[in-house]
Design a protein around this ligand. Sequence first.
Ligand code: NAD
Length: 496
Amino acid sequence: MSEPFPLFIGGRAHAGVSVIERENPSRPAEIVGSVAAGDAALTTLAIDAAQLAFPAWAELGVEVRTGLVREAISRASATNPDRAEMLARELGKVAVDALGELGFAAAFAAYAAPVAERLSADVVVEDAEGRLVTVQEPFGVIAAITPWNAPVILAALKVVPALMTGNTMVLKPSPLAPLAVTQFLSEVASQLPDGVLNIVNGGMEVGETLVADPRIAKITFTGGLATARSIAATAARRVTPTVMELGGNDAAIFLPDAEYTEAMYTRAVFGAFLTSGQVCMAIKRIFVPVDRHDEFVAGFLAAAEKVLHVRNPLDPTSTMGPVVSREHQSRLNDLIRSAEAAGGTLHEVGSWEVADEDADGYWVRPTLVTGLTDEHPLVSDEQFGPVVPVLTYQSEDEVVRRANSVEQSLASSVWSTDDEHAAAVARRLDVGFTFLNCANRAGTSLRAAFGGRGLSGHGREFGPLGLGEYLQSHSINYPNAVRQGTALGNAYPVPA
Ligand code: NAD
């Protein structure tokens, strides 16, 4: 067994106090690798390093920083193919998706660089009212906490904008998929000035120490609601600002005038079952017109039979692997049993091609469930796995109301051949993102702000709004009346 991969603090590899081993979810007896884990003292050390690095990094200038971050990511990406295999083995994500995930960091950095440069520039207004300069400044040390389901993408969405805009960072990956992301980001960090990016693996002790430290200027978190509540309670003590990217219960609304073609069903299959459904913006509830129900289920199952191959994720023909852990497997299987007990009908999706040597893996049979009411937990809560309810509706008003009736409003999708009609329905949905005629990964865009509402969180990632989360404005205002000596000092402002 190789040495655990170290922490990265203050520009160098650092030993931890314990070890996190990560097993292969397809073959749990196989340990894929391990990382060193930190504790409260090492987390504090990482914050010290980030704080020390901040003034010089902020002073460097945005063009220099964007160049350094892009270059560092591009060099670290040279070993993507080997690392993709590691990501596939530690997470159960299919190999081609793992490679795409690693490639995302460089693509996002290329998109983000000119946006960071534009957003960082002073905005100067000189008019009859006076001279107003709006300056955009970094916050300082950012605490980033990320989940396991897309560890590299979800870290890149925080690292790239935060660093380009002049902040420094301490990042804690999830213990459930720490290997590829730690290696990748340590390579990135080693090419930047010491202390700009620090990686501390660990569990709750590291996470809680990180968010509680008074030197943390902003917290950016992606993960589950229970953790978000705990972080928000800690943040409340110092009113530390947060970005919260939480779960979703995304409705896919198929309108009567949708395509209902094989191509449409194929997009819907991937929208629901990519990464075994363990995606925040995966389709979590399917709504179809009552008179299209049987046709929809048959069309969906036929398309899935062709494209959803459940087998070892390292097999290049695999399109769905296992779920992340034994605990998650049990929870999902309990949910399937409970749906059946509540009167739901189970429909097996895709082709099950799990080899005997993988039989002990954390597999969950991909399943559509018909005949449930909206009160069943499979419908009312985020399942985060490959089991999806199909619900029927009679009218557009009804489906909009039911789509909006859940607490976690992250994304949604509307399916129609009439773009105007689809967009009109989308506007009635209480979510932060709506995909048209697709869902999930295929519908995202580097330039489109992504994020939720309500218990799905607040703040945005992607797009100029996502980058803007890491800048705070500072207005420097000099009224003409004051400059000219005509102000008494008691006037209200009026439009120029
Ligand atoms: P999680 O909340 O269990 O863990 C997320 C991270 O928080 C991990 O690094 C974990 O170690 C850390 N953590 C746990 N307890 C902590 C504490 N008390 N203080 C500080 N940190 C702590 O979530 P998960 O299971 O890793 O991720 C799945 C969830 O993430 C799902 O709900 C999914 O929808 C959501 N998610 C949202 C988005 C988005 O962009 N909105 C993207 C991906 C995943």
